[in-house]
Write a protein that binds this ligand. Structure first.
Ligand SMILES: [Zn+2]
Length: 178
């Protein structure tokens, strides 16, 4: 598995596994993802090739997206939380390439400031989380899988993101005229 950083510039507000006292109330041993530095409106981009399997809203997660990928070991899913309402650019079933625009960072759900919560879980062939009893609801530390490159620097991804954003804007203008 190879992951590209979801937003730029790189900053980590909260790494994986820390602050057990904060997360005890959720029944986990600590933070079960990485909180990336992402001021309000920061673009969030696909960290790997995959398929969107979930787009939704939750009291804790806020507006979130889940993308399923496959590598030499099996399936995995990446999780993007606290995103901006009405700015999510993907829907369930969309096939994503590295660098595809997913949406924008915000502060929705259980969150005290704009950032991107990024999670990683191994799944079985049906997409169900493996090792759900690992103390982090199956989440593992994504950090070792990042290559050091940014998803938004992927040239094709960047171009597609631009086209997609223009298309969405045009759609918005057309909708407004109806
Ligand atoms: Zn988090």
């Amino acid at each position: 598995m190879i992951l590209y950083y979801p937003c730029k510039p790189l900053g980590v507000n909260q790494p994986f596994g820390i602050n057990p006292q904060t997360y005890a109330r959720f029944g986990i041993n600590g933070h079960n993802g990485i909180d990336f530095f992402a001021p309000d409106g920061t673009g969030v981009f696909a960290t790997h090739e995959g398929t969107v399997v979930q787009v939704g809203v939750d009291e804790y997660e806020g507006h979130g997206v889940v993308v399923e990928g496959v590598d030499e070991i099996g399936k995995y899913k990446t999780i993007y939380w606290h995103m901006k309402e009405n700015e999510i650019a993907v829907k369930v079933g969309d096939k994503l390439s590295v660098g595809d625009f997913i949406g924008k960072a915000d502060n929705t759900g259980f969150s005290t400031g704009s950032h991107l919560h990024f999670g990683l879980k191994r799944t079985d062939d049906n997409g169900d989380t493996l090792n759900n009893d690992n103390g982090f609801l199956g989440a593992i530390d994504p950090m070792p899988y990042f290559t050091g490159q940014f998803a938004c620097d992927d040239k094709l991804g960047k171009l597609l993101a631009l086209i997609k954003s223009i298309a969405l804007q045009l759609l918005g203008i057309l909708k407004g005229k109806q």
